[in-house]
Design a protein around this ligand. Structure first.
Ligand code: PEP
Length: 249
């Protein structure tokens, strides 16, 4: 069976002091051994978080990586290898805030996905539709297109060392959560699309739900057959709440 995962996206939040407090709170949580837990701080806090988390229970990931591997002339960017070097194990790729606010194109998302895997990081590929697209009945087509970009460029096997996060844009940071049924429908469609190429890869692929996940709604969402955990934004900034979400997985 698939091992559940709960990932906390801290987005552009935190100072050294508040991050130290959050790490302290996380270190006190009773986290379930059967769940993979990861947090994604801003890059300048990665070293602090890697060093501060005790016991190796919580993995650390970055929120983005450069399209190019290694080192070089790419001002302002951080490569997958550099993220590995400071202790990262995972990286978010194609988060909707990067796609929609920072202009990450489909091509850049694929290049970042490749760069992550070349560096030995697990990419967490974020997909999801806007409210406009949902209302136009385009949800499955949008998600399929975002998934296909990676599958067509790299082959379906690339998903065996990756995680997918379905995050409807209209549910991110809005307090609106997809109903467990709405989320399950999209998760099942993602898995079915991968299964057409390779049933084994599809069966093993972890698909996380993201969009206003909280302690009060986590258990119901995570109870759906194709929802393998969550990508949590706002609620991951509170260690007790995040701990409760992890225990619901
Ligand atoms: C996110 O940013 O990935 C996210 C899901 O945010 P929130 O939980 O705050 O909606």
């Amino acid at each position: 069976m698939r091992r559940p995962m709960v990932a906390g996206n801290w987005k552009m939040h935190g100072t050294r002091a508040s991050v130290a407090e959050l790490i302290g709170g996380l270190n006190q949580q009773a986290l379930p051994a059967e769940v993979d837990v990861a947090v994604f701080p801003v890059s300048v806090h990665l070293g602090q978080v890697v060093e501060g988390l005790s016991g190796g229970v919580v993995s650390v990931g970055a929120q983005d990586c450069a399209v190019e591997p290694g080192q070089g002339a790419l001002t302002g960017e951080v490569s997958g290898e550099q993220l590995r070097d400071v202790g990262c194990k995972l990286v978010l790729i194609g988060h909707s805030e990067r796609r929609l606010i920072l202009g990450d194109s489909e091509e850049q998302v694929v290049r970042k996905f490749v760069a992550a895997q070349v560096a030995g990081l697990v990419p967490v590929l974020c997909v999801g539709e806007t409210l406009e697209q949902r209302e136009a009945g385009e949800t499955l087509a949008v998600v399929a297109r975002q998934l296909d970009s990676v599958i067509e460029a790299l082959g379906v096997a690339a998903l065996s060392d990756a995680v997918v996060a379905y995050e409807p844009v209209w549910a991110i940071g809005t307090g609106l959560t997809a109903t467990p049924g709405q989320a399950q429908d999209v998760h099942a469609a993602i898995r079915a699309r991968v299964a057409v190429k390779d049933a084994n890869v599809a069966g093993a692929l972890r698909i996380l739900y993201g969009g206003s996940v909280k302690a009060v709604n986590a258990a119901e969402l995570f109870g759906m057959p194709d929802i393998d955990g969550g990508l949590v934004g706002g609620a991951s900034l509170n260690a007790d709440e995040f701990g409760a979400i992890c225990r619901a997985a």
